[in-house]
Design a protein around this ligand. Sequence first.
Ligand code: ADP
Ligand code: MN
Ligand code: MN
Ligand code: MN
Ligand code: MN
Length: 340
Amino acid sequence: MTFKAEYIWIDGTEPTAKLRSKTKIMDGTPSQDVADLPIWGFDGSSTNQAEGHASDRVLKPVFTCPDPIRGGDDILVLCEVFNIDMTPHESNTRATLRPVAEQFEGQAPIFGIEQEYTFFDGHRPLGFPEGGFPAAQGGYYCGVGADEIFGREIVEKHLDNCLAAGLGISGINAEVMPGQWEFQVGPLSPLEVSDQLWVARWLLYRTAEDFNVSATLDPKPVKGDWNGAGAHTNFSTRAMREGYEAIITACESLGEGSKPLDHVKNYGAGIDDRLTGLHETAPWNEYSYGVSNRGASVRIPWQVEQDQKGYIEDRRPNANVDPYVVTRLIVDTCCTALEK
Ligand code: ADP
Ligand code: MN
Ligand code: MN
Ligand code: MN
Ligand code: MN
């Protein structure tokens, strides 16, 4: 018996990394344990991860799940990229998250990430008429009907694929701009939510490919009076899930000293195009937090104030953010403050 393993990794494209994958035919039946899966290599000179004269890079499996595209015994295998001396490659942001996640594991940090994205039909967002614009925003968010909804069959297929893969998807919705959608992953630990979000992104591209549609995480796919695409990052620790004081400590810590800028400049390329202060965003260079406020950098959901416990929503990350980076920064900043 043989099976197919799709090895997936994150490349070195600047300023926003892309997903790559290739197929390995393996003997036997697949193990659920990544530790049993072999390392593999690839040509790093074709992915912005090496020079041609020393091009080999190493793929080390870190997460595996059933492959819902191929089905049967076939699997998806998410990898970290290493140099041939087995030091993490500089593009390997997961390796930087690992020690931080471990350091603060005792606080039980968890994340739910809302991934927004936009479908494109060639050079136009799906649903935009040729050479023009659709009706202004207003009716599309969570809409229903062929005049408001574009690409639902792809979205449903992607959702089913994620569930069949066993990913922790918590919901989907149509977004404010036509052709724009969202899925949420989590709540899960920093490494789990990030690994699963990267695999869910791969499944999004791969699912849409079969419909001849592309999906993009471009944070501002259409200039002008059209919403951008974000990746609101919901976060809590055990203390935050138990009391309001920790909620406020976390919100305050994100506003201290150089923290707002340290975070925002790592929240995805092109963040100043999206965080303008319009379209349900706060200006990128002004930190604020507030209850129920979708114009703040960080929102405390009204239910959380009501219950005096729960989680906070960092609304700043762009759709193209690297989840390994955003979860590391938030855990580092908030858990350091909460430890005091
Ligand atoms: P919004 O109202 O901002 O659109 P969503 O329902 O799209 O919110 O997303 C909220 C996300 O927050 C979900 O992924 C959910 O799993 C996550 N979440 C819920 N509770 C917590 C928690 N205690 N800690 C972290 N994330 C949480
Ligand atoms: Mn070749
Ligand atoms: Mn949402
Ligand atoms: Mn949204
Ligand atoms: Mn949100």
